[in-house]
Structures are given as C-alpha cells and as structure tokens.
Design a binder for this molecule. Structure first.
Ligand SMILES: C[S@@+](CC[C@H](N)C(=O)[O-])C[C@H]1O[C@@H](n2cnc3c(N)ncnc32)[C@H](O)[C@@H]1O
Length: 225
C-alpha cells in the first residue's frame, strides 16, 4: 500500500492545470476519446488526434462534444499556435518518436500556452503483473527523457510533476489479460497461474469493489509568452 493520493483524471487536471474552461485543447493520442470527453466536460474546446481509424470511429460514435482528427502526433495536422493546451494522455510512450511528438506539441501551442503530459510510472503495484505481458518501463523512461530534452531545447517552464495514483478496476486476472492483449497484437498471453498469483497479490478493495493501484505522473510545461 503506497501513501500516494488517489485522483481521478479530472481531479488531476484540476490539480495540475486549474480551470481549463474555454481553452482550445488538443488531446494528442486520444484513443477512443475518454480523456478528450473529460477535457470537454471541464469546459475546454477539445479536439482529439489519433492515428488509429477504429479508435477515431469509436470516439466519434461516443460523441460528447469533441472533434476528432486522424493523424500522428509527430506530424500534427495543425497550424502553428492553434491551441492553448496540448495534452498527452498516456500516449507519449506509445509514440515511436516522443521527441518529435513533443516538438509538435510546442509548435501547435500559443505563446504562454501549456503542454500537459500524463504518463504511467513503473514500480507500482500493477507493474509486476503487467510486465508479464509487456514490460513498458523502458518506453516510460524514454518518454521522460524526451520531456526533459524538449523542455530544455524549447526553453519551457517545467513545474514539479504531480505524482498520484489511480484505481484500475478489473475484477479477474483473465479480464486484465484480455484487456492488455486486445489493444496490441504483439502482446503474448502469459502463464495463467503465475499471472493470477501476482494479480491476486496486487489487488486492493474499497467500497466500490476491487482495483489495482496504478501510479501516474502529470508534467506541465509552459511555453514562453
Ligand atoms: C494507452 S492509449 C491512450 C488513449 C487515450 N489517450 C486514453 O487515455 O484513453 C495510447 C494511444 O496512443 C496512440 N498513439 C500511438 N502512436 C501515436 C502517435 N504517433 N501519435 C499519436 N498517438 C499515438 C495509440 O493509438 C493509442 O490510442
């Protein structure tokens, strides 16, 4: 059990970014749009950018306000300085070139605007379980190095990261395997008994049921005005 505070995505946005009402926001790597809709529900004028057509289709079907555009963050199909806020919601470590993706975020944000990077952190309770399917520690570290590199080269003002935890609600080991394997065809199914033993050890419970704690960090970078 860690002493990290549990925050929902919206609480983390409020904590790290304050009031985002009326801001033009681009969600780079929006998937099926869950976080893009959350940004819109907090008052942002939100757009999602996502390279997978099936995810864009799902996001559009779910509606909720945001517009969605197909494309890759490292060649963002937007003009310079179109947004007040660019966010990566657990997508930067998926980008094949995170430095190029961050440079694009800097380009599309207005002077004085912000880039918010939500990323998982390894060494949390879900890590020993998840790494049996896909050990992502190296790509998490690459994403953090990219943040440091682009902050320095672009002269961004970098706030202390917000470090918190979320509750990943999954009731069975099999459901976690299905969830992880279905999003990436390169992922292999692990040995079921080893996986279940580690899964059971990581589970916690609250009034709403069982969950596995996941550690997250939010880095907020501000472009000079
Ligand atoms: C873990 S999912 C997160 C999706 C969504 N942001 C969320 O939090 O629900 C990672 C996303 O990054 C996207 N992605 C992968 N490569 C990308 C790239 N080059 N540019 C933008 N997004 C990318 C994937 O397609 C996927 O939708």
């Amino acid at each position: 059990m860690s002493d990290r505070v549990f925050l929902t995505f919206k609480e983390a946005v409020r904590h790290g970014l304050g009031d985002i009402e009326g801001l033009d926001a681009i969600d780079l790597g929006s998937g099926s749009g869950g976080k893009t809709r959350a940004l819109a529900s907090l008052g942002a004028v939100a757009t999602g950018l996502e390279p997978q057509q099936s995810a864009v289709d799902q996001a559009r079907e779910r509606g909720g306000g945001p517009a969605y555009v197909m494309g890759s963050a490292d060649a963002a199909p937007f003009g310079d300085a179109e947004f007040d806020l660019a966010v990566f919601t657990y997508s930067l470590h998926h980008c094949p070139d995170p430095v190029a993706a961050l440079r694009e975020a800097v380009r599309v944000v207005r002077p004085g605007g912000r880039i918010a990077v939500f990323e998982p952190e390894a060494d949390d309770p879900i890590y020993p379980v998840a790494k049996l399917i896909d050990d992502e520690k190296m790509v998490y570290d690459l994403a953090q190095s990219a943040i440091a590199q682009v902050s320095n080269e672009a002269g961004l003002d970098r706030a202390d990261p917000v470090r918190y935890a979320t509750r990943y609600r999954v009731s069975t080991a099999e459901a976690l395997i299905e969830g992880m394997v279905s999003v990436n065809p390169n992922r292999k199914r692990p040995d079921a008994l080893t996986f279940k033993t580690l899964f059971d050890a990581a589970l916690e419970r609250d009034e709403d049921g069982v969950f596995i704690p996941c550690w997250e960090r939010l880095d907020v970078l501000r472009k000079a005005a």
